[in-house]
Design a protein around this ligand. Structure first.
Ligand SMILES: *[C@@H]1O[C@H](CO)[C@@H](O)[C@H](O)[C@H]1NC(C)=O
Length: 256
């Protein structure tokens, strides 16, 4: 009888503890996994795409300044394509230029870890970088879905910016529900897709699909920063949201 009571209390205590964000011991090295795309063609336009430079560069800057280590993974592994338009758009942005000139970072991006080879135990958070590439390869990638579920169900941070939430669309949890179902989320808007002239090349609308799959989607004016947190799910609307998103992740990790 008494043993049963002690066990019950232990189970309740464990359940409460597991509701907190999981992270490593304070003085252990914390690592963040940035997921980038393996896809380089912008539909049938003949134009190239890939990951969007500042959406990797700005988080990398915030994370490394906070003493966190950053690794890169992609569906196919190996070299991840960089959106050439993002290089042009951010040619006057020092953080993006420094990122492009950082030899150790570029070596990592030329040799990304294949998603199916990632050991989730090494990381405190998974962060999906945007760009148009992720719209093609992330939503249907089973290894992406499984890895994201593992992070989420271990109470680790799952984050995505701009088109990065494409990687969250079809993640099913152990309870059979879609990860984003009933969760507050942000992501690239139909208006931004229109203004950027890319609507006709997209395989689907990110905004519409986030809503259709149950996401409680909010947005602000085109290109303005917008970051949303729902428990251990963190999302941002567009390139301007990448820094703010990384900062709330750092402060969530530092609370432990
Ligand atoms: C380049 O990136 C590495 C790895 O993230 C980082 O440790 C280093 O500080 C960066 N170097 C510069 C000059 O920013």
């Amino acid at each position: 009888m008494r043993v049963g009571l002690v066990l019950l209390i232990a189970v309740i205590a464990t359940t409460i503890a597991s509701k907190k964000l999981a992270s490593h011991h304070a003085n252990a090295e914390q690592r963040i996994l940035l997921v980038v795309t393996s896809h380089e063609d912008l539909g049938t336009s003949g134009k190239k795409t890939g990951y969007y430079l500042p959406e990797a560069a700005h988080p990398h800057h915030v994370f490394t300044n906070a003493g966190l280590k950053v690794d890169y993974a992609s569906p196919k592994g190996g070299k991840s394509p960089l959106d050439p338009y993002s290089v042009q758009d951010y040619k006057d942005d020092k953080i993006s230029v420094d990122f492009l000139n950082n030899a150790s970072v570029q070596k990592q991006l030329s040799n990304t870890i294949k998603i199916s080879d990632v050991n989730p135990n090494k990381y405190s958070a998974i962060f999906f970088v945007g760009g148009h590439g992720p719209m093609y390869d992330l939503p249907t990638d089973v290894a992406v879905q499984q890895l994201t579920r593992t992070f989420y169900e271990s109470n680790k941070i799952v984050a995505a910016v701009c088109h990065g939430p494409a990687g969250l669309l079809n993640v099913r949890l152990s309870n059979g529900k879609n990860l984003i179902d009933g969760k507050r989320v942000a992501g690239y808007t139909n208006g931004e897709e229109e203004e950027g002239g890319t609507t006709s090349q997209m395989p689907f609308s990110l905004e519409d699909t986030l809503k259709r799959n149950g996401g409680l989607y909010t947005k602000v004016d085109n290109w303005q920063p917008h970051v949303v947190r729902d428990g251990n799910l963190f999302t941002g609307q567009n390139p301007a949201s990448a820094t703010g998103l990384a900062k709330i992740i750092v402060s969530a990790l530092k609370k432990h």
